[in-house]
Ligand binder design. Sequence first.
Ligand SMILES: [Zn+2]
Length: 462
Amino acid sequence: MDRPRVLSSSVTTSIYTCTSQDIRDQHNSDSRKKFHNIFETPKIPASLRLTCTMTDKVFQLSGSCNNYPWGKQGRKSLAAQLKVRTDKDFEIKDDEYYSELWFGDYPDFPARVLETGELLKDVLDKNKEALLGKKVISELGGQLPFLPKILSIAKALPLQIHPNKGLAAELHASDPENFTDPNHKPEIAVALSEFEVFAGFKPLNKISPLFNLPALHPFVPANTTHWTDSTLREVVRNLLKADEVDIHGIIKVLTQTRHEIFVDIDAVYILDLLPRLQEQYGPHDAGILVALTCMNFMTLHPGEAIYIPADGIHAYLSGNIVECMARSNNVLNSGFCPPADRNSIDMFADTLTFGAHSVEDVMLRNQRSGRSKEGRTVVYKPPMSEFDMLKTSLKGGEWDLIAPGEGPGVMIVTQGKGKMRASSDGGEKEFELSEGFIFFVAPGVGVKLETEAGMQVHMAVL
Ligand SMILES: [Zn+2]
């Protein structure tokens, strides 16, 4: 039941699978015979001949789970629950952490074609023109330009930034083992449940009053009369470099600070979160102070999303999300992790960017997708070119048609079940959809999604 059952298939125009071998084959005489009749068929424009069949353009994938200790355990993890829907051999263990389900072609936790077990990357490499499209080949490195994931978060992920392209290239050249690609990694996170997150910085006028407290004032550069982003950069640097004993002492003082002081600067959440974060990473972790005093704390509801630019500070705290990022795995960590996992504090502080200075700066609002026929698909459009994220929400009996895109798409059914009818010049084909099912959709393929029972689908697209 886990495999997609082909409900019907009507390959109407061009017939042949276009593996690169086929394209080579058409030049030898035997194959010419094989193609002869097809090419004689009337009404097929030359431009459509030798396009792929729908089987090659839309196919089901199986993602890879990983087991970082911040993930939810056992069946509580959505990543594990979705993974098991397409992998019968995958066994969920009660005491194991299941943090992420990756379903891109990145080598660390790669997706495979469900039917054959082939790596998605190998399939894409064999037929870039049809599966990735011209724009990806000419402008985006000829690989899947994005990396989609499901995250199931039980406790704070490391306080982190993802370095910009220049720094990423330098780090990759000098330390390829830890920085496994030269790319930047801006990312978006779309909430599937309540999602707690620290992201970007608060307005300076909400940060600076906290640092008038005697325990925190020593972290402000001497002679500061007026806070700027440079002041904030040095404050973050000083906090991260603070002695562990000092951090513990400051956390104690904050815990005992009068409630009203936090009310005045909209920061009562600090008192709620202090014990929780201490329990997660101990009372010596400087990440606690940076996150609570300097960063926006948000609780997102399902469907709300944030955008984290390159060099943007963030730490996800709890919840289930769909995440999508540029094709990279580079990260600089500075807190909410063991000291051995932290990168250079100076590099972290020097790289920080200050574009986000409020909750509003971090939120990524969705809008109706121009590719949606019925208006039941919204798009999250980060200000970068590697990807957008579509979300289709259907009640029982509803449908939507998503017009073809110029690049590849990778979709995951995040709720419910239904059907997908994919169509292009390669014909039409229907697929069953069910929670956890992941599909690759090639450029030029339109999909009709429909459901009797209700369904939600997220799709990373170019
Ligand atoms: Zn991140």
